[in-house]
Design a protein around this ligand. Structure first.
Ligand SMILES: Nc1ncnc2c1ncn2[C@@H]1O[C@H](COP(=O)(O)OP(=O)(O)O)[C@@H](O)[C@H]1O
Ligand SMILES: [Mg+2]
Length: 243
């Protein structure tokens, strides 16, 4: 395996808070890597920097062996790096099907014009089938449940045929059945060749799904290893106990 994503010495300060502190880690191609850590340890900020939603104060990011000089969300999305958000970002005022069509990479204008290709519409239909959302195709996305929105967001980011998907708390606040559904879809896409970096609070899910597990505390990596190695690491236990 080789590194699909390399994060080197990332630092991000918000006023007096150092949210990400000289943080370095790698995501190996073909892995489902977990990024865990106590609340406020910098996981989402790291995601925001990697995906171009925030500018780092220092550090660098390499994706597919190329350093990304100025991470830009749209450019990265088209080049195979996509992400979901802690609070699912979908378009509530258009249908479930249309959410998938716009996610294939065309502009808003494209949705209503000739630039929405038949191929995209077909693929959106297939995605609905895969995610068992076909019955909801014509519902406004705003009509979906919280868990269904997270599922739709996940399906949407797959429309770009990504190589690497960053999921920020994909199961937070969703019911146990939806957690299983989400896990099944992650496994299926992983089997089809997608690499994942997942921020997740459900430790049982992390333990059965992810390897390796990277642990952040106060914005820096304090441990990396297999789930069982990390679970028995005293520094990790201390971090979670708030010492
Ligand atoms: N936009 C922001 N402005 C100020 N402080 C922020 C901002 N975003 C995050 N922080 C702070 O940075 C730290 C890391 O936050 P975050 O990356 O959201 O952590 P996590 O996702 O691990 O819970 C926290 O102390 C948080 O309050
Ligand atoms: Mg977060």
């Amino acid at each position: 395996m080789s590194a699909l994503l390399e994060v080197n010495g990332l630092t991000k300060r918000f006023g007096g808070i150092t949210a990400v502190n000289n943080c370095s880690f790698e995501v190996q191609e073909g892995s489902i890597t977990a990024l865990i850590g106590p609340n406020g340890s910098g996981k989402t900020t790291a995601f925001n920097i990697i995906t171009g939603y925030l500018k780092a104060d220092s550090g660098s990011i390499t994706f597919q062996g190329k350093q990304i000089a100025e991470p830009n969300p749209a450019t990265l999305y088209r080049s195979g790096l996509s992400r979901t958000f802690q609070q699912a970002r979908i378009f509530p005022e258009i249908s479930v099907l249309e959410n998938l069509i716009v996610a294939s990479g065309y502009s808003w204008k494209g949705l209503f014009g000739a630039r929405t290709t038949k191929a995209d519409r077909v693929r959106a239909g297939e995605m609905l089938e895969e995610f068992k959302l076909s019955a909801l195709a014509d519902f406004y996305a705003s009509e979906l449940s919280y868990g269904q929105r997270k599922l739709l967001e996940f399906a949407s980011v797959l429309m770009s045929s990504p190589k690497l998907v960053l999921l920020d708390e994909p199961t937070a606040g969703v019911n146990p059945v939806m957690i299983e559904t989400m896990e099944r879809h992650i496994r299926a896409r992983h089997a089809a060749g997608v690499t994942f970096l997942i921020v997740e609070h459900d430790m049982q899910l992390v333990m059965r799904l992810c390897d390796p597990v990277i642990v952040l505390d106060h914005g820096a990596m304090i441990a990396k290893g297999t789930p069982s190695e990390v679970q028995s690491n005293s520094q990790v236990l201390d971090a979670y106990l708030g010492s």
